[in-house]
Design a protein around this ligand. Sequence first.
Ligand code: SF4
Ligand code: SF4
Length: 425
Amino acid sequence: MSEDYRSMWESLGLDLTAHDALLGVLGTFYRDIYLTRKNRPEGMGYFDFVMSEVHGLRIKELLEEKVAGRKIIGSYCVFVPEEIVLAANATLVGLCSGADFAVEEVEKVLPRNTCALIKSSFGFKLGKVCPYLEAADMIVGENTCDGKKKAYESLDALVSNLYVMDIPQVKSEKGRELLKAEFWRFKEAAEALTGVTIDTERLKQGIRTVNAKRRALHRLTALRAADPAPISGLDALLASQVSFYDNPQRFTDAVNKVCDELEKRIAEKEGVFAPNTPRVVVSGCPMAVPSWKIPWIIETSGAVIVGEESCVGERGIRNLTDDAGQSVEALMEAIVDRYFKIDCAIFTPNPDRLAHIEEMVRAYKADGVIHYGLLFCQPYLMESIPVAKALEDKGIPILRIDSDYSMEDVGQLKTRIEAFVEMLR
Ligand code: SF4
Ligand code: SF4
């Protein structure tokens, strides 16, 4: 890393020793999981580059944007509408983290039995190792699960720029009204932060930029229906993860380039795994960078992942926002419509998610589903039981695994996943 970056990190208040240690661990993990794999699409080189510069060049770009007057908004959830952020001349970045850090410090402010995702986000703050968090002008916390809701009360004491957004828990008319009121309130907060008034043209352009990104990812997901699979689940997950950090236009171009390559692979019947390799859909909790443990175990146990029913996957990108409206009011309605369809397990009841898992199994010709629940994540762990029953009743094999970010359970998970894959053959 250049000295430039070190002074940049220092200016953001990072703990350079802790940050060096984090980058060292991440770099080794990334090399072992990704860089040693064969037969990856050439276009994935772009994503390898982004990952190698995720705390370097990308942060430099964001800081340059700030100097030019743009604001950075950080988020922990796909309910935060990027369309509004872009329309307000701000950049949205994801803040969820997928690695344990500063656990001892975290457990002084959060109970031990908090899900790994929340603990990790706090660890990155308390350990002073996240340049995105430190660069953000506004951090949006959303009232989704109970863990996050209460954690934001504690986070408020650690940061000076937390904005809390309420999120409905029921898909009723009243629930939609709440989301609409909260999106309007967020629009006003984003305008106050940036000093930009969101007009019809700005909002339309924001919608178009985000739709283009989602369209590219839809194209990528559709190509994974091919047998042999033209891309691994690990690589597809990486693209989804990068979407939370990268410049949206550049990201869209990079994904489309990979898709061009995959189309050629499919035409030539070339795949990353042999034809008829058991195919699985992974469903459940989001996998933030560098949470690659589960897909890595699956794809080194004889199966290929052909879809992710997750917020770092289809739950986060399905459905476009209608850009036909000719007023801010009409476009805001379209944004509310699009986000109200997100089938997070915080909703009760949540039948759409089950329907979506079944639809994905059909569309990607999956042989089974692996349900991934983070330990102590009540919404997804609770929901995994009826989801498993419903899939089993329809003859769709499912394996439920509960895990966290540690590597202690790798051996045990591998044994269970290998047995499941063997059963799918
Ligand atoms: S799982 Fe729910 S709370 Fe988590 S990012 Fe997705 S929508 Fe947000
Ligand atoms: S993984 Fe579960 S408990 Fe953790 S933040 Fe997401 S919904 Fe909440």
